[in-house]
Design a protein around this ligand. Structure first.
Ligand code: HEM
Length: 139
């Protein structure tokens, strides 16, 4: 019972974090296309910064609950280590997005909108890998 509640909230906070991971690069695309409109740029940068902070909190809780599933409820296997490796890649993507947001907020240059659109697709592939590992537990 406690295991299922822990898992339910783990998935809930994972959803909230992944929503951030999927949406934050959209701010970068908009920032890269904003041109000479400082007021719009500042507003997008502020919204991005707040969403980035929110994402950190959601990740922190999802992570803590994931650790509880692992160490308290003893759900573990090679699939979990593989999953955590992919989670690290998602986290790296998230942090790179945050750095680019800060750079854009300071008026720095961003990669092209096309590059950013491709960058935006990476977490989708990583999320499929994570879900495959969790549900198929292939090893
Ligand atoms: C941050 C560190 C994380 C740890 C330590 C962790 C660990 C775990 C563990 C031990 C389970 C239990 C699996 C089971 O009962 O079969 C689980 C479930 C799950 N995890 Fe994570 N997880 C983490 C992050 C994530 C992330 C980032 C995602 C998705 C992007 C994710 C998606 C899921 C899903 C969907 C389930 C539920 C599987 C089911 O319905 O049975 N987890 N996690």
């Amino acid at each position: 019972m406690a295991y299922l509640w822990t898992k339910l909230f783990h998935v809930l906070f994972v959803i909230a974090w992944m929503a951030t991971v999927f949406y934050l690069p959209r701010f970068l695309v908009n920032l890269a296309e904003v041109g000479d409109q400082p007021a719009v740029r500042d507003r997008l940068a502020l919204m991005g910064k707040r969403l980035y902070r929110f994402g950190h909190v959601m990740f922190g809780i999802a992570f803590a609950l994931g650790l509880a599933l692992w160490f308290h409820f003893g759900i573990v296997g090679p699939w979990l280590h593989a999953k955590l490796t992919v989670v690290l890649l998602v986290l790296a993507h998230f942090i790179i997005t945050g750095r680019w947001l800060k750079r854009a907020a300071a008026g720095g240059k961003l990669p092209s909108p096309t590059t950013l659109r491709w960058f935006n697709e990476i977490p989708l592939l990583l999320a499929i890998a994570i879900l495959w590992l969790v549900y198929f537990k292939p090893f």
